[in-house]
Design a protein around this ligand. Structure first.
Ligand code: BG6
Length: 464
């Protein structure tokens, strides 16, 4: 039976009402969580009733009153100042008492919905107070801590948090999460790649010309200006989501498609990444956004040219592009294959083939090939073979949090980024930051700064 004590540190924040509580509700609805208690902890003087009520509007559809009552009956609030050790000792007592009262076996999932600057201290306090005990995998119960992104702000700070974790817990108890890793199509990439004989033999520098990973958004920073300005596009989405996509595309075949086998390969790929070129942009009007300093030089747009220095990928450029307030919302990976020797008498060279992995919107895998244009003798036209995931199974309606919590309860580590992996990804960002590229401005709703086109020209590529 799936059973868990959820302890949410920073329970009064947006994450709890928008993502965590709706995800817990859905897990119960889908019978993936049968026995639970929720203990929210934060500094504010509030009640669990208020926190639960604020989550209601983020639950899709009509709320089942029976399930909701169960949540109300099993949820508690404990005030906690993360800088006061005695508060953690008290939290442990409270949780122990509640676990006894509800007949729980003591599986604990502690969710850190606090700023990364507290991760280290909170980890140490959770361990010292016994809220999270150092438990080996063969113990009858488990204690796990979930770290929301951003995990640090550079390789050094990530390393310091990792040291705090290593000093108090086993690595298997730490979940540095990235919601991209739970996206249905992202977990499908490795499966499609490694279970179909038609891809793996071509998956190297002999046949692949280049790779583009694009994460483009139509929204600006909205109410998140304070957070965003301290991080910027490179730290907000490239360090985690985009480099994880790159790692999954680039990794060698893992021994098995699970947990540490996958992470072993993802980290090896990331450790070989070299930054060749970078550009940065900021949308016009960004410095007028709420909480953003008027003289901010934070990038809301970034493009990178990366190489992976290993035998499989030597010479294959990986281009990454992301931005807020662009002309379209899409997350997509384009794998461009090399051109074949053209045997036609005209219309040469023929177009390259592409494998496009569309994560959003319209989740799908699309293979673009050449075919004869009907009624002509040799003229070619592009033809697409598409596996439209969203047409068959519907678009992914929910954030990945339901899957995420389910996988963490199961102890599946592939949804979590390992200590060495996260540091390797941060090193890529640190190097890109050192390039100190000029910040170009761009019009909201456009395709980005002109610098992105100059960048394309310079590297003889074309953004798709
Ligand atoms: C988050 C970033 O991690 O990812 C946001 O903080 C970004 O700025 C979001 O908008 C993108 O995620 P998705 O799932 O909407 O592509």
């Amino acid at each position: 039976m799936s059973e868990c004590t959820f302890i949410i540190i920073g329970a009064t924040g947006d994450l709890t009402r928008r993502k965590l509580l709706p995800a817990i509700y859905r897990l119960i609805t889908h019978k993936k969580l049968e026995k639970f208690i929720i203990v929210g902890a934060a500094l504010e003087a509030t009640t669990i009733g208020q926190i639960l009520d604020s989550a209601k509007e983020f639950i899709e559809g009509d709320i089942d009153p029976v399930i909701w009552q169960k949540i109300v009956d099993n949820s508690y609030y404990q005030s906690l100042n993360v800088t006061v050790p005695a508060d953690f000792v008290l939290l442990d007592k409270v949780v122990e008492g509640l676990e006894k009262k509800h007949g729980m076996t003591g599986n604990r999932l502690v969710y850190l919905a606090v700023s990364a600057s507290f991760f280290c201290e909170v980890t140490l306090q959770l361990a010292a107070s016994g809220v999270v005990k150092k438990l080996a995998t063969n113990e009858p119960m488990w204690h796990r801590i979930v770290y929301e992104k951003p995990f640090g702000r550079d390789a050094q700070s990530a390393h310091e948090i990792n040291e705090c974790i290593a000093a108090s817990l086993y690595e298997h108890q730490a979940y540095r999460i990235d919601h991209y890793l739970t996206k249905e199509l992202v977990s499908n990439i490795a499966l499609i790649r490694f279970t179909n004989c038609v891809f793996e033999p071509l998956w190297n520098n002999r046949y692949i010309d280049s790779v583009q990973i694009i994460l483009s958004e139509t929204v600006g920073v909205g109410k998140r200006g304070g957070y965003y300005d301290a991080y910027g596009a490179l730290r907000d989405v490239v360090q985690n989501h985009m480099l994880e996509l790159l790692a999954i595309i680039a990794m060698e075949a893992p021994e098995k498609l699970t947990g540490d086998f996958i992470r072993n390969e993802r980290v090896k790929a990331l450790q070989k990444v070299r930054v060749v070129d970078a550009i940065a942009g900021q949308y016009e009007g960004y410095t007028q956004e709420e909480w953003v300093p008027k003289d901010s030089t934070t990038e809301t747009f970034a493009a990178l040219f990366l190489m992976i220095d290993n035998p499989r990928w030597a010479g294959v450029p990986f281009y990454l592009k992301t931005g807020k307030f662009l002309d379209k919302k899409e997350t997509v990976i384009h794998i461009k294959f090399k051109q074949v020797d053209c045997l036609l008498t005209k219309y040469c060279p023929s177009e390259s083939n592409y494998l496009t992995i569309r994560l959003a919107p319209d989740e799908s895998f699309i293979l673009t090939l050449n075919a004869k244009k009907p009624g002509t003798s040799q003229e070619l036209m592009p033809m697409s073979m598409q596996y439209c995931h969203s047409c068959i199974f519907g678009a992914e309606k929910f954030s990945g949090y339901e899957t995420l919590i389910e996988e963490i309860m199961r102890g599946e580590q592939s949804v979590s980024v390992r200590c060495d992996e996260i540091e390797a990804a941060w090193r890529v960002i640190d190097t890109a930051k050192q390039k100190e590229v000029p910040l170009s401005s761009y019009t909201p709703g456009s395709s980005g700064p002109e610098a992105a086109e100059l960048f394309a020209k310079k590297h003889g590529m074309r953004w798709r």
